[in-house]
Design a protein around this ligand. Structure first.
Ligand code: AMP
Ligand code: ZN
Length: 112
């Protein structure tokens, strides 16, 4: 499958992976928008948040289970932001579900 993030997961494209387990990989965003900016994603290829099936629930439960640990790894103890863009109108550019985890600065609201 011609998916950038599947290639990163399969080590066909280099990346700076900071956490990995059976279900999840976390690597540094190539264009960081904060001092700490990583992408958390399921190893299973799911294109968008609208493609999640009931049987995927465990994977997303797992992502939230590891979230505090990963947030701490990128300096999120004082606060962080978790973002998921769904479809191009919301800014999604890679169609393999990923959560942006950003930390290390103050964040405005509402987002742009
Ligand atoms: P989105 O626009 O929400 O789909 O997020 C895609 C993110 O992937 C962007 O923040 C990009 O900077 C990031 N990105 C694109 N290519 C790479 C890459 N090769 N390694 C790490 N991050 C990437
Ligand atoms: Zn993929």
């Amino acid at each position: 499958m011609d998916c950038l993030f599947c290639k990163i997961i399969n080590r066909e494209i280099p990346s700076d992976i900071i956490y990995e387990d059976e279900h999840v990989v976390v690597f540094k965003d190539i264009s960081p928008q904060a001092p700490g900016h990583v992408l958390l994603l399921p190893k299973k290829h799911i294109g968008t948040l609208m493609d999640i099936k009931p049987e995927d629930a465990q994977i997303f439960g797992h992502i939230f289970k590891i979230l505090p640990e990963v947030a701490t790894m990128i300096g999120g103890d004082e606060g962080f932001r978790l973002v998921a863009n769904c479809y191009e109108s919301a800014g999604q550019s890679v169609f393999h579900i990923h959560f942006h985890l950003l930390a290390g600065r103050n964040f405005g609201w509402p987002p742009g």
